[in-house]
Design a protein around this ligand. Sequence first.
Ligand SMILES: CC(C)(COP(=O)(O)OP(=O)(O)OC[C@H]1O[C@@H](n2cnc3c(N)ncnc32)[C@H](O)[C@@H]1OP(=O)(O)O)[C@@H](O)C(=O)NCCC(=O)NCCS
Length: 188
Amino acid sequence: MRDPAVSIGLSNGGSDLEGILALQRENLRERVAPGEAASQGFVTVAHTQEVLARMHAQLPSIVAHRDGRLVGYALAMAQEARAELPLLVPMFELFAGLSFGGMPLSNFRYYVMGQVCVAAAERGSGLFDALYAEHRAVYGGRFELLVTEISEANLRSQRAHARVGFVELTRYADALDRWLVVALDLRK
Ligand SMILES: CC(C)(COP(=O)(O)OP(=O)(O)OC[C@H]1O[C@@H](n2cnc3c(N)ncnc32)[C@H](O)[C@@H]1OP(=O)(O)O)[C@@H](O)C(=O)NCCC(=O)NCCS
């Protein structure tokens, strides 16, 4: 059962962005020891506050707090973000060629979960599931699918995503890593 002292909701777009960046920094692949990265997971992309602010303006992210401190996040990214963030164009082009349940992804109203992180002390507590439950509660009426990417090396994250219902669409490699593209059906 999740700790009732942890609150989950939409990011405020201000101090929460700083909290996201602080937690992100602690979990960047290059900052985490290799053995820990294998067992605890890691994040790859370092955002700037400006980019997070633009993402927030389009689609606020879901964050979790304990005692006022940000302890988890699952970033939301609108398809329109590709116009703001040119580095995402290849990812959205790849998505455009994928299918879900035999239908082109482009036939669906979908958005992207840009990065998820749970503070080390909160892992295994149900917070991960709660972040996605909140995504579904907030965005499930507006979108049909939630799509994200996971490093092939991040088995913990893959396992957690499979548990909450994400299914694999494809795998691919880019200059950074090898990735699984996974999607969650928000209609059921
Ligand atoms: C990935 C992350 C968000 C998951 O949240 P969490 O609270 O740790 O997840 P949970 O403990 O609920 O679930 C982890 C699952 O992985 C499994 N697991 C744990 N260690 C594992 C390992 N070394 N290899 C494979 N699976 C592992 C757990 O058994 C559990 O699966 P189960 O419920 O089927 O038994 C969190 O660990 C995290 O923030 N890690 C650092 C940043 C990160 O990796 N972000 C994801 C980027 S895509």
